[in-house]
Design a binder for this molecule. Structure first.
Ligand code: NAP
Length: 472
C-alpha cells in the first residue's frame, strides 16, 4: 500500500494544514491501495501563494531553460514509468495490457513535444506599426479526472511549463498517487520552487477554493460537464480564463460501403478500452440499415471475444469499473435502457461469468436504440455501446449531432474522401476517419457542452498565453 502524508508546495514536502485523509480502494480487489492526505482551503492558499511568488522570476526565464526542464522531466518519466503504471492498475483498474501505452508513455512524449514548442513563446508577429508578443498567463489551477489521470495532468502541466506559467495541481480522489510521484519527479529535476505545487482533497472543497481564488489567473479543468459548470461559475466573478474539457457521447457513422469487419473491430475496442471510461469513446454507433443486422452480430462477437477480469493478467482487455459507485451508475443505465425498449445483444447487468468480486461490468451492446432514449443521450462512462439505424447520410448526420455533446466522432465510409465529407458536417472537435489513429500533436477538445478549450499541439500551448500588442 502507498502512503503519503505531505503536499509538495514551494519546492518542499510540507505538512498539510487540513488534517483529513482519504483511502483509495483498488477496484479489482476492494482492498485499500493508498492512503493520502486531504487538505483544505488553507492548503490552497499556501500553494497559490507559492505559485504567485514563483511567477515573478519563472515567467522571465528563457524558453530554452524551460525546454530543458521539460526534457529532464521526460527522461525522469521513463525512469518512473513502472511506478506510474502500477498506480494506474491499482487505483483505476486499467489492465496491464494497455496501462503503460495509453496512460503513462504519453508523459514522456508530451513533455518532449512541449519542450520543442517552448521557443514559440519568443516568436513575435508584426502587424502594421505593432508587434504582438506572447506572455504566460500567470498562476494556473489544474483540476483533473480519474479516467486518464496522467495524460490529462501532463496535457496541462507541460504546456504551462513551456509557456512560463506556475501552477497548483489537484488529482481526482480516486487516482491521486501518480501526482505524488510526479511531484517527486519535479523535485528530482530541480524545477524551481513554486513552479509546480500539488495539493489533494475533495473536489467540492479544494476544487472550489482553487476555482474562486483571487490570485489564480486561469483554471483548467477536465471532468464532468456538471462540475465544469460549477468551476465556471466559481471563476466568473474575477473573470478568470477557464479552459474546460468535459464529457461526451460520441457518434460513429458507418456507411453501407464501409469495410464492416474492420469498422466493427475498431469501434468495439474503442468503446471497451479502459472499461468504457474514456471521454471520447465512440459510444453511439450509427449504421446504415442495409448493414445493421450484420453489424449487430459483429458487435456481439467482438464484444464477447474480449477477456474481462484481473487487470494484472496480461491477457485481460476489460478491467473493473473504477469504483463501486461508477459500477452502480452503469448498471442503472443498463436497466433503464432495457426498460425503455432497447434490445440487449450481449452483456447486461449481471456480473461477468467467472468473477465473484470487484467492480466488473460485462461488455454490453444494445441494438434497436433510438436517439431519444436516455442510453443514447447521456454519458454512461462504462463498457456500453448503443447501435442506431439510419437510411440516408443526412439522417445519420442529424442523429450524430443530436446530443448536447460534441467531443469526438468517427466515420467509416467507402474511402477517405467520402468519410471526410461526412466528418466536416459533424459538430465535434475530433473525427477519426476510417480508423484514424490518435495524435498527440493535434489539438484536442470539444464543441457544445463538451468544453471550450484545446489541449495538446500548439493550440494547447496558446491556452496558457496572453497576447500583448506593442505599438510603435
Ligand atoms: P468529475 O467528478 O467532474 O471530477 C473531475 C475533477 O473535478 C476531480 O478532480 C474532482 O475531484 C473535481 N471536482 C468535482 N467537483 C468539483 C467542483 N464542484 N469544483 C471543482 N472541482 C470539482 O469527473 P470524473 O468523474 O473525475 O471524470 C469523468 C468525466 O470527465 C467524464 O464526464 C469524462 O467524459 C470527462 N473527461 C473529459 C475529458 C476531455 O478531455 N474532454 C477527458 C477525460 C475525462 P474529486 O475527485 O475529489 O471529486
Amino acid at each position: 500500500m502507498r502512503t503519503y502524508d505531505k503536499f509538495y508546495i514551494n519546492g518542499e514536502w510540507v505538512e498539510p494544514i487540513g488534517k483529513g485523509s482519504s483511502e483509495v480502494i483498488n477496484p479489482a480487489t476492494g482492498e485499500v491501495s493508498a492512503r493520502v492526505p486531504y487538505g483544505n482551503s488553507e492548503d490552497v492558499d499556501a500553494a497559490v501563494s507559492a505559485a504567485k511568488k514563483a511567477f515573478e522570476s519563472w515567467s522571465r526565464t528563457s524558453a530554452a531553460e524551460r525546454a530543458e526542464f521539460l526534457r529532464k522531466l521526460a527522461a525522469e518519466g521513463e525512469k518512473r514509468n513502472a511506478d506510474l503504471t502500477q498506480t494506474i492498475i491499482d487505483e483505476l483498474g486499467m489492465p496491464i495490457q494497455n496501462a503503460a501505452t495509453f496512460q503513462v508513455d504519453p508523459l514522456t512524449i508530451i513533455c518532449e513535444s512541449f519542450a520543442e514548442k517552448a521557443a514559440q513563446m519568443e516568436k513575435t508577429k508584426e502587424v502594421g506599426n505593432s508587434i504582438v508578443v506572447k506572455e504566460p498567463i500567470g498562476v494556473c489551477a489544474m483540476i483533473n479526472p480519474w479516467n486518464y489521470p496522467i495524460w490529462q495532468m501532463i496535457g496541462k502541466v507541460a504546456p504551462a511549463i513551456a509557456a512560463g506559467c506556475t501552477m497548483v495541481v489537484k488529482a481526482a480522489s480516486q487516482t491521486p498517487s501518480h501526482l505524488f510521484i510526479f511531484a517527486e519527479m519535479c523535485d528530482a529535476v530541480g524545477l524551481p520552487p513554486g513552479v509546480f505545487n500539488m495539493i489533494h482533497g475533495s473536489g467540492r472543497e479544494i476544487g472550489g477554493a482553487l476555482s474562486s481564488h483571487p490570485d489564480v489567473d486561469m483554471v483548467t479543468f477536465t471532468g464532468s460537464t456538471a462540475a465544469g459548470v460549477q468551476v465556471s461559475n466559481s471563476a466568473a466573478p474575477d473573470v478568470k480564463r477557464v479552459c474546460l474539457e468535459l464529457g461526451g457521447k460520441s457518434p460513429f457513422i458507418i456507411t453501407e460501403e464501409a469495410d464492416l469487419d474492420a469498422a466493427m473491430e475498431f469501434g468495439i475496442k474503442d468503446v471497451m478500452v479502459n472499461t468504457g471510461q474514456t471521454c471520447n469513446a465512440l459510444t453511439r454507433m450509427i449504421v446504415h440499415d442495409s448493414k445493421y443486422d450484420e453489424a449487430v452480430e459483429l458487435a456481439r462477437s467482438n464484444a464477447e471475444a474480449l477477456i474481462v477480469g484481473d487487470p494484472t493478467d496480461p491477457g485481460v482487455f476489460v478491467g473493473p469499473m473504477s469504483s463501486a459507485e461508477q459500477k452502480q451508475t452503469v448498471l442503472d443505465y443498463i436497466n433503464q435502457a432495457i426498460s425503455e425498449g432497447a434490445r440487449l445483444v450481449t452483456g447486461g447487468a449481471d456480473m461477468p461469468s467467472g468473477l465473484t468480486r470487484g467492480n466488473y461490468v460485462a461488455p454490453t451492446v444494445f441494438a434497436d436504440v433510438t436517439n431519444d432514449m436516455t442510453i443514447a443521450q447521456e454519458e454512461v462512462f462504462g463498457p456500453v455501446l448503443v447501435m442506431i439505424k439510419y437510411s440516408t447520410i443526412d439522417q445519420a448526420i442529424e442523429i450524430a449531432n443530436d446530443t448536447p455533446y460534441g467531443l469526438a466522432s468517427a466515420v467509416w465510409a467507402g474511402d477517405k474522401d467520402k468519410a471526410t465529407a461526412i466528418a466536416r458536417r459533424i459538430r465535434a472537435g475530433q473525427c477519426a476517419i476510417n480508423g484514424g489513429d490518435p495524435n498527440h500533436e493535434a489539438p484536442f477538445g470539444g464543441y457544445k457542452e463538451s468544453g471550450n478549450g484545446r489541449e495538446f499541439g500548439i493550440e494547447g500551448l496558446h491556452e496558457y498565453c496572453e497576447l500583448k500588442e506593442l505599438q510603435y
